[in-house]
Design a protein around this ligand. Structure first.
Ligand SMILES: Nc1nc2c(c(=O)[nH]1)N[C@H]1C(S)=C(S)[C@@H](COP(=O)(O)O)O[C@H]1N2
Ligand SMILES: [Mo]
Length: 253
């Protein structure tokens, strides 16, 4: 307890804008030994450093003049599911984003509903772990605003993104903690470079999580689930690539 309060005072002294509930959630998470034991030492240190000195630090945003002339696609560019294609061929008119799990008010939102909500546009650099980067402009709804509508239950610790695509039958998914979920640049984007999000880039909706590497930016997001732990999802490591043992869960840049 004493430690928690002194760190709060330290953060307050540094003038960082951190809301109490988020900070205390992150403190609880940081002190959970089960959570710590599945992170590599380097990953754990990066996580703690980011969480201690810059929970609200913003990723660099660029002017329009810096937009990449070509923004390549990567990973899956077209889910194989029949459901997905029926929605796509109908301009996603009947599609709904589900927000459920540990929430008081589960949500089911159409693309039109999402477009009516206050939006954020940001021009940022996407960094893929495979060694390429591109600058793109993204418009979407801040995830925090959607979670506020759904009202997280106090036991919620992570947000899971369930995607429409898979690799050889294994669904793509990703997860983040609540600090990243409520970060102002964390958005569910429906537009890229001023146009509807193209299928290859994750239509109708994809996550932008600007302080982490590309594979965390889930495309083709169908469902957002609030959970206490992701131990029961996939192989329990928090994401498709994490489950393969290829990449870290915390991919801060
Ligand atoms: N659903 C889903 N999301 C995904 C992937 C994927 O294969 N499926 N690939 C990831 C990787 S490795 C990267 S670099 C980015 C690529 O996004 P882009 O196709 O818009 O360039 O999406 C990420 N999100
Ligand atoms: Mo990537």
């Amino acid at each position: 307890m004493a430690r928690k309060f002194s760190r709060r005072r330290l953060l307050a002294g540094l003038g960082l804008a951190v809301s109490m509930p988020v900070l205390s959630a992150c403190d609880r998470l940081g002190q959970t030994s089960a959570f710590r034991s599945f992170l590599t030492l380097g990953e754990w240190l990066a996580y703690r450093v980011h969480r201690t000195i810059g929970p609200s630090a913003m990723a660099t945003e660029y002017p329009e003049s810096q937009l990449s002339p070509v923004f390549r696609t990567n990973g899956n560019t077209q889910p194989t599911s029949g459901d997905y294609h029926r929605h796509a061929s109908n301009g996603f008119a009947g599609w709904r984003l589900k927000i459920d799990g540990l929430v008081v008010a589960p949500q089911s939102l159409s693309l039109a509903d999402l477009r009516r909500l206050p939006s954020r546009t940001q021009i940022t650099r996407h960094d893929c772990v495979e060694g390429w980067s591109a600058i793109g402009k993204w418009t979407g709804v801040p995830l925090g605003a959607l979670l506020d509508r759904a009202q997280l239950k106090p036991e919620a610790r992570f947000i899971v993104f369930h995607c429409a695509d898979d690799f050889r039958g294994t669904p793509y998914y990703e997860s983040i903690d609540l600090v990243d979920a409520f970060h102002p640049q964390t958005i569910l984007a429906y537009a890229m470079n001023g146009k509807d999000l193209p299928m290859g880039h994750g239509a109708p909706l994809r996550l932008r999580l600007e302080r982490q590497l590309g594979y965390k930016h889930a495309k083709f997001v169908m469902r957002v689930e609030a959970v206490r732990s992701f131990a029961e999802i996939g192989r329990g490591r928090g994401g498709y690539w994490e489950d393969q043992g290829d990449y870290d869960w915390y991919a801060g840049i």
